[in-house]
Design a protein around this ligand. Structure first.
Ligand SMILES: Cc1cc2nc3c(=O)[nH]c(=O)nc-3n(C[C@H](O)[C@H](O)[C@H](O)COP(=O)(O)OP(=O)(O)OC[C@H]3O[C@@H](n4cnc5c(N)ncnc54)[C@H](O)[C@@H]3O)c2cc1C
Length: 460
């Protein structure tokens, strides 16, 4: 018999875990495994805020797929359509060409995207925190504001640059705000005159009155206390109404002048979920407890993109979109695929919540392993231990541990890489060969800069 064709869509926690488990238990004569993903590595998203803060190097948190997967064929590209009738997936490769891949079993784990609401100006001026590039770009942008404010000395504009606003107080928003606030405070203390260092202000805006509701009442209150001690202003009961290049207007009418609006107000399932012809629940693909998609034979879905019934919670809800569930679902999916190939029974997914960990920078951390609430150093110990254990290779663990050690000993170097400094990605753009002025232009420009009210606003 020809080997079964298994196509997995999405190289995140769920997809990679599924491929990894499968390829160790299924021989090439039994199944061919293909993984469609635009990424070259498995990105460990929970550590993204630490990339933005500079505590970790970007390469440390992305595990190359070539290291984790031995015989899975990785197809670089996006799955842009599925035909369940003829059992084919259309993949748009990075080259732009489209190819069709046939399957016997299709596993959909394309994860989620940032949920963008219809806020005017958000698309153009907001920052996200879902990819490595966004984390690096945000760090550079924040450091650029500090660098520029340090030499300008015009109070209103400096204040605008040194105000930072995060909309959304889930894990991603709260952790990023806390760690970047620490970076800004440290930079301000070391490099700014005293008067300016007090101008650095991070605002964390949440539509309810709680932050990270998953923490529960007590730890949630502790989190608020820690943020207040760090000097972060919590704005409750509001969201963004309009974002411009120079500020954000909140739904409660308040206007905050700023050049940095970080949008972390939730995630939405991958748009692929809505293009299958299958039922969806809040955009997630409705699945049975064994991950099979009702009505589509040989099609399965899991991770953030699927509404998997949470049998362990037993309250009729679906599993929350977390890395913890995605990883375990990936492994369980592989077991069910094995059972299907070998004619055995598939099993429903059931996984009790093991708790959560939150890193707010330095010694500030919160954790609730197995329902035990922890704070401070013990929580930081559990948090970092959990992340090290969850990273998939020894090399990745070593890189992260090394970065933490070096950063702990030496502190931040506040170094900008230069993302966003250059208008293009060509040689001329990077080397800025076109920025020099002719003698006539110098004369004109100087005249203009000497006019009253001119701010000499040449740096973004
Ligand atoms: C900043 C941040 C911090 C977080 N912190 C935590 C935390 O502390 N604890 C926790 O439990 N969870 C955390 N999460 C959530 C957690 O990371 C997600 O729940 C988890 O990544 C979901 O896994 P997944 O495999 O479903 O999707 P992902 O890990 O997002 O992977 C999806 C993959 O599919 C690819 N893909 C997308 N569309 C297509 C397509 N059409 N074709 C092919 N490939 C596609 C993507 O490029 C990606 O590789 C955090 C998330 C973020 C953004």
């Amino acid at each position: 018999m020809a080997p079964a064709k298994i196509v997995i869509v999405g190289g995140g926690f769920a997809g990679v875990e599924c491929a990894r488990y499968l390829e160790r238990r299924v021989g090439p004569e039994e199944a061919e495994i293909q993984l469609v993903t635009p990424d070259a590595g498995l990105l460990y998203l929970p550590l993204l805020p630490q990339v933005a803060s500079g505590a970790l190097n970007p390469r440390s948190v992305s595990v190359p797929l070539r290291r984790v997967l031995r015989r899975t064929e990785v197809i670089p590209g996006m799955a842009v359509g599925v035909d369940p009738e003829t059992r084919q997936v259309i993949v748009r490769r990075h080259s732009g060409e489209e190819c069709a891949y046939g399957f016997d079993q299709l596993v959909l784990s394309p994860g989620s995207i940032t949920r963008i609401q219809d806020v005017p100006g958000l698309h153009e001026h907001g920052f996200g925190m879902k990819t490595l590039s966004e984390a690096m770009y945000l760090r550079d942008h924040v450091l650029r504001q500090l660098d520029v404010a340090a030499v300008r000395g015009e109070e209103d504009i400096d204040r605008e640059r040194l105000n930072f606003v995060t909309i959304g107080a889930g894990y991603a928003g709260t952790e990023t705000t806390a760690v970047l606030n620490k970076v800004c405070q440290a930079a301000a203390r070391r490099y700014f005159p005293q008067a300016e260092s007090t101008m650095v202000r991070w605002h964390l805006v949440t539509h309810g009155d709680r932050i990270m509701p998953e923490l529960g009442e007590r730890l949630g209150a502790d989190a608020k206390k820690i943020l207040a001690q760090q000097g972060i202003e919590l704005v409750s009961g509001a969201s963004a109404q309009e974002v411009t290049a120079r500020g954000v207007t909140l739904t409660d009418g308040r206007h905050i002048p700023t050049r940095t609006v970080l949008w972390t107000a939730g995630v939405a399932p991958s748009p692929l979920a809505g293009h299958l012809g299958a039922d969806t629940d809040h955009g997630r693909i409705v699945v049975n407890p064994d991950f099979s998609v009702p009505g589509l034979r040989g099609v399965w879905a899991l991770g953030d993109a699927a509404a998997v019934p949470d049998l362990a919670a037993g309250d009729g809800k679906t599993c929350p979109p977390t890395a913890q569930h995605a990883m375990r679902q990936g492994k369980h999916m592989a077991k069910n695929l094995l059972a299907t190939l070998r004619g055995g029974p598939v099993k429903p997914y059931r996984h009790p919540d093991l708790g959560l960990v939150v890193d707010l920078g330095g010694k500030d951390a919160l954790a609730r392993p197995l329902k035990i609430g922890l704070q401070g150093l013990p929580a930081q110990f559990v948090t970092r231990g959990y992340h090290l254990g969850a990273l998939r290779t020894v090399v990745a663990r070593s890189r992260v541990a090394f970065d933490w050690a070096v950063h702990g000993l030496s502190g931040d170097d506040f170094l900008r890489i230069g993302y966003g400094d250059y208008p293009t990605h060509t040689i001329g753009g990077f080397e800025q060969t076109g920025c020099y002025l002719s003698p006539e232009e110098v004369e004109l420009r100087l005249k203009k800069l000497c006019e009253p009210g001119s701010h000499g606003n040449w740096l973004a």
